[in-house]
Write a protein that binds this ligand. Structure first.
Ligand code: ADP
Ligand code: MG
Length: 350
């Protein structure tokens, strides 16, 4: 075989391997798109662990009909113009790889409408091939339906885990997404069960309550730090909420859920005098910093980041956590009132 450049469908399918590893990666990309579209309410439904069916409905800006086919092309994005923009990314997406990758390995239907238009558009794709595109009546926003993940790449499909396990990955992801944006109402339905529904009223403690339940929501210490242009806001679980792994050390940088050895270590250092070895705290922290001091352009899954001055940040964070926890010991309990308020609200909504 002579040397030749692969055709775009083959390239897309190879690239899809990087972006779409499993159903949870599809959900992540679709929800991030919904968030970037300015949605205030997002519903995610998944069946068979998301392998057979994922539907994400948002009330965001929608996509213009003549742009819809373009959105499914590789490296097609509305979020950055050029390389300079990479230095100050404010959106969750920017690579323009998600829709093309998902469409390459599944059956996709998208219905989308912009507010200023009277009608919407419905487009159907199979293995990235456009099957149809029609005008259709639709609510404002976008509904994205994916079926039969990896139907055309059986080897990859074989490597998926049982639906229950894939479903649990989606659940973890959805929890993090809901915690990342208390100002957005998230509804998550797995199988036939609504797993949680957040109100979108901006109250992080309420989101924690809806996701982790009353016992945990009652044992939180608010934290608020502002130093050197870095802001940290959220809740520290009291040491009684001790966990046996790091999964509940949850932190977001500029709205993005990440995992970082530097931050994990700083948090654990901050809790050091309160926790035994090999025990881990629960916390939910929203960290805001200048987009120029943190690099999110590290990996397609975008879970890792690089800091320009990680050490100084880590030192500051662990000190403040220690101080917050220490002060906490001296103040009486205020959380009972908060909890009553949440319960009351929940009853009203029933
Ligand atoms: P990226 O998010 O990196 O830009 P995607 O492939 O995920 O790339 O999406 C391509 C483009 O399609 C986006 O830049 C955006 O303009 C549009 N888009 C995707 N999903 C939505 C949505 N839910 N609402 C509005 N526009 C969307
Ligand atoms: Mg995207």
């Amino acid at each position: 075989m002579g040397i030749h450049v692969l055709d775009s469908r083959t390239i897309d399918r190879i690239a899809a391997g990087e972006v779409v590893e499993r159903p949870a990666s599809v959900v992540k990309e679709l929800v991030e798109n919904a968030i970037d579209a300015g949605s205030t309410a997002i519903t995610v439904e998944a069946k068979e662990g998301g392998i057979e069916f994922i539907r994400v409905t948002d009330n965001g800006c929608g996509i213009e009909r003549d742009q819809l086919p373009t959105a499914f092309l590789r490296h097609a994005t509305s979020k950055i113009e050029d390389a300079d923009d990479l230095n100050h990314i404010a959106s969750l997406g920017f690579r323009g790889e998600a829709l093309s990758s998902i469409a390459a390995v599944s059956r996709v239907e998208i219905i989308t409408k912009r507010k200023e238009n009277l009608t919407g558009t419905r487009m159907v794709l199979e293995g990235a091939r456009e099957q149809s595109i029609d005008e259709i009546g639709a609510p404002d926003g976008t509904t994205f339906l994916m079926r039969n993940l990896f139907f055309n790449t059986p080897v990859r499909r074989k490597f998926l885990k049982q639906p229950a396990t894939e479903g649990s990955y989606i659940t973890d992801l959805m929890e993090h997404l809901a915690l990342s944006r208390p100002d957005i109402s998230f509804k998550f339905v797995l199988g036939n069960q609504t797993r949680f529904h957040t109100s979108g009223n901006g109250d992080l403690r309420e989101v924690i309550y809806r996701i982790y339940g009353r016992e945990i929501a009652a044992e939180l210490v608010p934290v608020q730090i502002e130093e050197n242009g870095i802001k940290v806001e959220g809740y520290l679980g009291k040491p009684v909420l001790v966990r046996s792994n790091r999964n509940f050390e949850i932190y977001f940088i500029n709205g993005r859920f990440i995992r970082s050895g530097v931050i994990a270590k700083a948090i654990e250092e901050g809790y050091k005098q309160y926790l035994m070895q090999h025990k881990f705290p629960l916390c939910v922290l929203h960290i805001t910093m200048d987009t120029e001091t943190v690099d999110v352009n590290v990996h397609p899954s975008k879970m890792d980041v690089r800091f320009s001055d990680g050490m100084a940040f880590a030192r500051m964070l662990s000190e403040k956590i220690t101080i917050t926890l220490r002060n906490r010991e001296m103040i009486p309990d205020a959380s009972l009132e908060d909890e009553k308020a949440i319960q009351k609200k929940e009853q009203e909504e029933r």
